[in-house]
Design a protein. Structure first.
Length: 177
């Protein structure tokens, strides 16, 4: 109803954006997750410290960016990452993170991209979700951004241990078709 991209997914831990691939859900603990070379916290809307960390990082680095007050990432942040073989994880909430490798930024990002999302929406008509899910549990989520990303990223959702090892399907819902 609000024009944002809508998604229907089976519960999962890793979902790739811009695709309808099937992924296995993997439950990870903080000890199992790869350690970041740099951890940056964005308190306000200044991303200078993120760009500085990216520019100082070596090939293969992992940078974790904790977003406290904004999920809107300026275009120059993506441009600073573009082409570099490093993973930058944007933690947008306790439940969701985007992982973007600089080599996967193939488009020209010329405007800010809001990586925020709402998990647990109910914007898609229940009868359509039920028919598509075929008795499986679902989670709806709505991305704040509506447009071409210019990159392929991994959207990691925390859904708990009950769904570890399960298969997830990602669907795009288009209200007009």
């Amino acid at each position: 109803p609000d024009g944002k991209q809508q998604r229907i997914i089976r519960k999962s831990a890793d979902i790739r954006n811009n695709s309808s691939q099937v992924n296995s859900a993997v439950q990870t603990t903080p000890k199992q997750e790869e350690q970041a070379v740099a951890e940056v916290t964005v308190q306000e809307e200044s991303f200078a410290n993120v760009i500085e960390a990216v520019n100082k990082a070596k090939t293969g680095s992992k940078i974790r960016v904790n977003l406290l007050k904004t999920t809107k990432i300026p275009a120059n942040v993506f441009e600073s990452i573009k082409g570099k073989d490093m993973n930058v994880t944007f933690k947008v909430s306790d439940q969701a993170s985007w992982i973007i490798n600089g080599k996967d930024i193939t488009g020209n990002v010329t405007a800010p991209i809001d990586l925020g999302l709402v998990v647990g929406t109910s914007d898609i008509p229940k009868q359509k979700v039920t028919a598509l899910a075929d008795g499986n549990e679902t989670i709806q989520l709505s991305l704040n951004y509506d447009g071409v990303f210019g990159f392929e990223g991994i959207l990691r959702l925390s859904v708990g241990t009950d769904y570890s090892g399960k298969i997830a399907n990602l669907y795009y819902y288009n209200e007009t078709t």
